[in-house]
Design a binder for this molecule. Sequence first.
Ligand code: FNR
Length: 386
Amino acid sequence: RRVATAHTIADLRRLARVRTPAGPFHYVDGGAEEEVSMRRARQAFADIVFHPGILRDVHDVDTTTSVLGGTSALPFGFGPTGGTRMMHAAGEQAVARVAARTGIPYALSTVGTTTIADFAAASGSGRRWFQMYLLADRDRSLHMLAEAERRGFDALIVTVDVPTGGNRLRDLRYGMSYPPQLTPRTFLDASWRVGWWFDLLTTEPYRFTYEEQADAGSGITTLTGFYDDRVTFDDLAWMREAWSGPIVIKGIQTFDDASRAADAGADGIVLSNHGGRQLDRTAPPLHLLPTVAARHGASMEVMLDTGVRTGADVVAAIAAGASFVLVGRAYLYGLMAGGEAGVERAAHILRTEVERTMRLLGVRSIAELGPEHVTLLTRTQPVAVE
Ligand code: FNR
């Protein structure tokens, strides 16, 4: 299989670029404005300095960790990404099967392209989380929460960094719209991607996660007014009523907001700038991590995402204080490169890299990773994004 030739996530990205029409590829690959947030996040990982311990017995390495009251076979999970079936028709269900087989959690997005029921069926006995954008339509929000709870989703991830969409310039340049539109340009670009078309035409049409039976297939063509842009920390109380499991706030970008989330009683936060897709020129989440973990790590899960492309990045984030890591693009590149087999390859690559990095650092378990294993250097020169 072609994806077997990929040895890194960057290799999968190269395969993805060939196979996927420019619209969806750049929708995944790009960030907001000048993509400074995105490059900085990669720079922060490039600037990690590892301090390995030698002559430790590392024959048996255990990558298992606990997160939000359950276990995960690896210290990372698959984060929520909207519109996943646009990247490859196999979409969320393929990703859910891989996550379940790998033993890691996967979060379904509010703007996913699979229903809550179908996602749950694909995920089977795997751990599944539900990502919520609070909608202006509270009834619809409540309906989704009840359905997710009923279908065995064990944590709620509330994403708070999208009061409005980021300015994703590549989407404008490559004619990407949401949901996708067929224009002469997108048609020409897509026409020679035979595999992508074949998959699209031989599977069921998209069904957005937020759609209810009544409006199935209608698609909501603009997100303006769809997301609630009046949400505040006070709404956490409202969500507590509607959701009995743990609640994680995703998209925290300052020390102050981390404290507010803790005061509001969140079970966890994700330090994240949405993969650099929202406000540009924000802090790399990795730079916030040591301080936030020191302040709040004992009372809530302090997770991180944005810019994670290797297992070594995952290990570095854990050593710097994260309790868990989410990846977004890393598995989407795999999906675009080769459907379910590509996601499997992405998981395999990351797992191998996590294990190897732990051995080379001289640690046998996730709990042994600590600040003595990393120094974060900070500098501002840009680095190429791969
Ligand atoms: C996202 N992300 C995202 N987050 C969320 O809470 N709900 C969503 O629907 C989406 N949709 C989405 C689509 C695509 C194509 C991408 C790349 C990302 C953000 C995602 O959960 C995560 O924060 C970032 O992807 C992390 O950065 P990396 O790992 O992609 O660098």
